[in-house]
Design a protein. Sequence first.
Length: 228
Amino acid sequence: MNSMYEILMGLPLFKGVSRYKISEVVGMTKFHFLKYLEGETVVTAGDPCTHIIFIISGKLRVTIANSNSRFKVSQTLEAPNVLAPEFLFGRAPFYPCTAVALEPVSILQISKTDYTKILNSDEIFLFNFLNILSRNAQKAVDGILAITTGSLEERIAFWIISLTQPGGTDISLTCRQRDLYSLFGVQRTSFISTLDSLKERGIIEYDTNEIRINSRQSLLEILNTSAE
């Protein structure tokens, strides 16, 4: 069994912190360790984001959907990872996703109040958190530019990147093709041609109801290239 120090040092928002500082945090913070069995729901979309949630073992299937569930983006997050950290603060601190255990999962929860104390205790904690927020904000700017002036490839890339996390794997976009090409405002032939191009390069696989992402990094590179 990993020590508390090893568990915390493996988490993305605790990297670079000294053992001494971790010991201080352990002494002043209430940690809640929870276990979920395969198929159990960890959070449901719309739940208040009152705690920051770290995955310390196992895998979660995380899904974001629109109100009628006709459009869904799913990803797998595995330990060590953090679930939707950018929704802990702000005007709408509610989880945007539903997360279900794919296998037995161990979770570390820290209340918003206690996590705020951690952020104020050492600038490394704060910089780690700010880097995540900044990365997501910059991603949104690239995506907005892609939507307004970019190619269809760039617009598809933005949808996937904006609705998934850097550590996400087994990503899929579930929606009827006719709904997607209507959403993007293009003809079916242009839409299929773009999907075929992405498939030929090994970035995606697709059928009439689902696009499966083989390489999230390749989609990110499409956005980064267009931004340059």
